[in-house]
Design a binder for this molecule. Structure first.
Ligand code: SF4
Length: 547
């Protein structure tokens, strides 16, 4: 039979550890087949989710350390990289997950044609996911619809997204990923045509699209770009897998094994371009991306799908396998402290801000700060996000007043994962600010949201509102939720909307919580300024995008 060059989506090139029994050999019609029990799939999925909730790949950690060692990286790049490395150390104690958004579990599996199971593979894998979310201090994020307009939490973090493909062989191989909402929302598909299939035009096109990703998915990113594909969904899926470095084995030229190829030259060109965007690792600098993957795929001559996807600072993926010799999982780094520099305090001083002062004097103190200046926040914040904001808007529409707690304190857009026993809170990091953009111009004239704190860039409307009403938006580092919970959040209590569960309004006391002035009371926007400085007025500035 002539070999057709179809790409296998599995890499399985890293170091693996044996964690359980392998398949059992059975004879069927005089041929050796491998039987895999459903419980083996469940246990593998459980173990994989536990690993990726607390540990990262060694090459991801080495890349963070590389930022610290790069003299050309900005001070803020260094600060973010050190915070993320410190977070990896806290998370590796297996109590606090690395990010408060413990994600949707996505499984891409390849089942060999000589593998026998009971046929309920997806059920068994889902059980392992469910068990991990029940046993560990993770967060249930999945909502199912009750009607088209109403929904409720499934209470298990299921469904997981599980794809199983059939391939030649006797092994079962799985890539298991956890994608947080902020990162998942930064997968984009663009239906283009032949006119952009040219190095310069493609670079211009991607520069604009990649800049629009912004910082709300917690850079530095592992960025993937796919050009082509037999369908929109193939293009997007390939970008997701490439962002997990799962397709690194693709050839750089077409051949008998593959019609798709990687383009290392264009990868380097795109990486250079991202370094010039000015965003850096969240607050200005060079490290918007760790690395870039570019994959060129076959296409219909009338279509040119282009997909862009990122893996965020919670770079959670693991490759697993069951074969005749055992159940295996990729070895993630269990000793992230070895990537920390000996001098952990080389980031200099930040301006100390006492949050427990009247709002007017707090605004006056922030008015003295530079755009992009690093702050250290101490005192009381109120925590409110999507549901609370929607409810407060309804309250105004009914002609009622905003509650005092919302007017007297800065508002932190955040939400914790489950609180482990003996801790003040679970992992507790910022959520994407852009989701609350539409509320700021409504609340600020009424004295609410005068100071907001979260991650990522915001729309021009928010900057205009801050300019008009004297407000501020402060950005905090997205990604190090375990470290923030351990080192910066002293106390957390529900103060309103208790029935919203994880989304209830809270008051928290913070100590040395890092923040940066992103939008000031003149309506100046740090990200806009960074982009203008690096690119001039060449690119139209997008909104906070897909969120
Ligand atoms: S690191 Fe940021 S983008 Fe990634 S899952 Fe966590 S909050 Fe979301």
């Amino acid at each position: 039979m002539t070999q057709i060059p179809l790409v296998s989506h599995q890499r399985f090139a890293g170091t693996v550890d044996r964690i359980g029994q392998g398949s059992t050999s059975v004879k069927v019609a005089d041929q050796a087949w491998n039987r895999i029990a459903g419980k083996q799939l469940e246990d593998l999925a459980f173990r994989a989710v536990r690993e990726i909730s607390h540990y990262l790949r060694p090459d991801h950690l080495a890349s963070l350390r590389g930022i610290l060692d790069d003299a050309e990286a900005s001070a803020n790049d260094h600060f973010v990289a050190l915070d993320l490395l410190s977070n990896a150390v806290v998370s590796s104690r297996e109590v606090l997950p690395m990010c408060q958004d413990t994600g949707t579990i996505i499984v891409h599996a390849r089942r060999g044609h000589r593998v026998i199971t009971d046929g309920k593979d997806r059920q068994w894998i889902a059980r392992g996911v469910q068990r991990a979310f029940a046993d560990l201090d993770l967060r249930y994020s999945q909502l199912h619809p009750l009607t088209t307009w109403t929904e409720e939490n499934t209470g298990t973090n299921l469904p997981a997204q599980i794809h199983i493909e059939l391939e030649e062989g006797s092994d079962y191989e799985l890539l298991i990923m956890a994608k947080g909402g902020g990162s998942a929302n930064k997968s984009f598909l663009f239906q283009q045509n032949r006119s952009v299939l040219d190095p310069e035009r493609m670079l211009d096109f991607l520069r604009e699209k990649i800049a629009e990703i912004g910082t709300s998915a917690c850079p530095p990113y592992h960025l993937a770009v796919v050009i082509g594909g037999t369908s929109a969904e193939e293009c997007l899926t390939t970008a997701k897998l490439a962002s997990a470095h799962h397709l690194d084995h693709l050839p750089t030229k077409p051949g008998p094994q593959s019609w798709s190829l990687r383009d290392p030259d264009f990868e380097q060109e795109l990486l250079r371009m991202t370094r010039e965007l000015g965003f850096g690792a969240q607050f200005g600098g060079r490290y918007f991306c760790h690395d870039v993957r570019v994959i060129r795929m076959p296409r219909h001559n009338g279509s040119l799908p282009i997909a862009v996807a990122v893996s965020c600072s919670a770079d959670r993926q693991i490759e697993c396998r069951i074969d005749a010799d055992g159940a295996w999982i990729e070895r993630l780094e269990h000793q992230p402290e070895k990537y920390l520099p000996s001098d952990r305090h080389r980031n200099g001083q930040a301006r100390n801000i006492n949050l427990d002062q009247p709002m007017d004097s707090l605004l006056a103190e922030l008015a003295e700060c530079e755009l992009g200046e690093r702050l250290s926040l101490n005192g009381t914040l109120v925590v409110a996000r999507d549901l609370v904001h929607a409810e407060l808007r309804s309250l105004i529409e009914r002609g009622e007043e905003l509650p005092d707690w919302f007017k007297n304190h800065p508002v932190y857009y955040a939400g914790p994962s489950r609180t482990p026993e003996g801790y003040a809170t679970g992992s507790f990091g910022p959520t994407t600010a852009g989701r609350m953009d539409s509320y700021v111009p409504i609340f600020q004239p009424l004295g609410g949201s005068m100071i907001t704190l979260a991650k990522g860039n915001r729309s021009a409307d928010v900057a205009a509102s801050c300019g008009e009403h004297g407000g501020f938006y402060l950005g905090t580092v997205g990604g190090p939720a375990a470290r923030l919970a351990q080192d910066c959040i002293v106390d957390s209590r529900v103060i309103d909307f208790e029935d919203f569960g994880m989304e209830a309004a809270r008051a928290i006391t913070v100590k040395d919580l890092p923040a940066f002035v992103v939008i000031n009371d003149h309506g100046d926007d740090f990200y806009q300024r960074a982009r203008k400085a690096s690119l001039g007025a060449r690119i139209p500035v997008g909104t906070s995008g897909g969120r």
